[in-house]
Design a protein around this ligand. Structure first.
Ligand SMILES: [Zn+2]
Length: 436
């Protein structure tokens, strides 16, 4: 970070996590009014859109007053990206989105959103687990080595390595998780004794699977909490990682455009950082009840470089009315249920969310990882990864369960494979649809 200090943001966040909702709402309303005024004056997309619907910044008296504004999808953002850029630009950096819902695209984040929402929220979450700045930490991440082959890519990789080294973070490249790199990484982590290990979900799983294969004792690395992020993490993989490392796994939920939205506390609640976002949970366009699966729509109150107002992140979550034993007033979601696009179409035209497969395979402990490829409307290819041989009876049972759900016309090809390929951004997509 260009000398941007997030510590004052962190101390504000440390305080606000205990504040009553009414107090936080008041602070949010101030931020919202300022943001809406900025967007109306300086951001072409909003100015045009709001003029068309005769909306003006004075219309904002409560935060609910933005609920009449149109929702922005990822596709809209990608398509009209230039008109989301502010005409007056504060200090900003350009970050690449993860591309988990299509091609990665560069996104402008200004200083405040980076220090509050990206670094501040992350640092606060880590502190819930005893992780202080400068503590030894491990990471399994992308962007450590240059995969683009360009000079800029090369320099960026060097810069990242240096910056992480300064922060006492030891890194393993998620792109090269072969057994040799895993062995080397294990030795480095054993020396480093990282208090927390943070990783892209599938990278964490693959690293632990490698340790198991090599017969190495994961507990010797001294990890006290393993943070997974960037992708869903099936329960079976979570349990497996916890067994190998001998420590809890911790959900960090967020995305490049918005920062770290949620973080799991020691009482297993995923707390939302509601101080700098307005968070909406929608089901079929109406506000969802606690316990219902809902689409998450977010207004980021801090980013002035390319502001997002009512942005549909593309994720399903389950909001909760629970009050957490940890005493924080931050709202809770029960699950992040994966992305909207993670679904498959049946031959008779129904949409089945990928969670169907997660739940199905969770019943079989030996299945650690899977991928479903929709080849066309009729053909599904399902690949399963396991350390043990999955026998024909189990494969047949699984095949039957899928056929029952998808109807008589579906043709299911199910098999055990040794591994599942990783995308250019270091992730492992679990649902792939070849239907355009
Ligand atoms: Zn809690």
């Amino acid at each position: 970070m260009r000398g941007w200090d997030y510590r004052s943001a962190l101390s504000q966040l440390e305080e606000s996590q205990w504040l009553p909702l009414e107090v936080v709402k008041k602070q949010r309303l101030k931020l919202l009014k300022k943001l809406i005024t900025h967007c109306y004056a300086n951001v072409p997309y909003y100015r045009t859109q709001w003029e068309n619907i005769s909306f003006s910044p004075e219309d904002i008296q409560n935060e609910e007053d933005i609920f009449c504004l149109p929702i922005i999808s990822k596709d809209t953002l990608r398509e009209h990206y230039n008109s989301f850029l502010s005409e007056i630009t504060p200090d900003y950096e350009i970050w690449k989105t993860s591309g988990s819902t299509g091609k990665p695209f560069p996104f402008c984040l200004d200083k405040n959103t980076i220090i509050y929402n990206t670094f501040g929220n992350l640092a606060r979450g880590k502190r819930w687990w005893g992780g202080e700045e400068g503590n030894p930490e491990g990471m399994i991440w992308s962007g450590v080595s240059d995969v683009s082959g360009t000079l800029t890519g090369h320099l960026e990789a060097i810069k990242r390595r240096l910056s992480w080294e300064l922060k006492n973070i030891k890194l393993i490249d998620v792109y090269s998780l072969d057994l040799l790199s895993i062995q080397k990484g294990y030795e480095a982590f054993q020396k480093h004794q990282p208090l927390l290990l943070r990783s892209i979900s599938s990278g964490l799983y693959r690293f632990c699977a490698g340790l198991e294969q090599l017969g190495l004792d994961g507990k010797k690395m001294g990890v006290k909490g393993a943070i997974f992020t960037g992708e869903g993490f099936p329960e079976s993989q979570r349990k497996f990682v916890e067994r190998v490392l001998g420590c809890p796994t911790i959900c960090e939920y967020g995305c490049t455009e918005l920062g770290v939205i949620g973080f799991e506390c020691r009482h297993k609640s995923i707390h939302l950082s509601h101080e700098n976002y307005i968070l909406e949970f929608l089901k079929d366009g109406r506000p969802a009840q606690a316990g219902e699966t809902a689409e998450l729509v977010v207004t980021n109150l801090r980013n002035y470089a390319s502001p997002l107002i009512r942005y549909a992140v593309g994720d399903f979550v389950v909001p909760s009315a629970r009050v957490c034993e940890c005493g924080r007033t931050l709202p809770i979601i029960e699950h992040v249920q994966g992305r909207l696009h993670d679904s498959v179409i049946t031959p008779d035209g129904r949409t089945i969310h990928g969670l169907f497969f997660t739940h199905l395979f969770d019943k079989y402990d030996q299945v650690h990882q899977f991928r479903v490829v929709q080849e066309d409307i009729v053909h599904l290819t399902i690949e399963l990864v396991s350390f043990e041989h999955i026998n024909g009876f189990v494969l047949n049972d699984l095949k039957n369960a899928v056929e029952k759900q998808f109807g008589p016309q579906v043709v299911v090809n199910i098999s055990q494979v040794s591994s599942i390929p990783t995308s250019a951004r270091g992730k492992t997509p679990w649902i792939i649809s070849k239907i355009s």
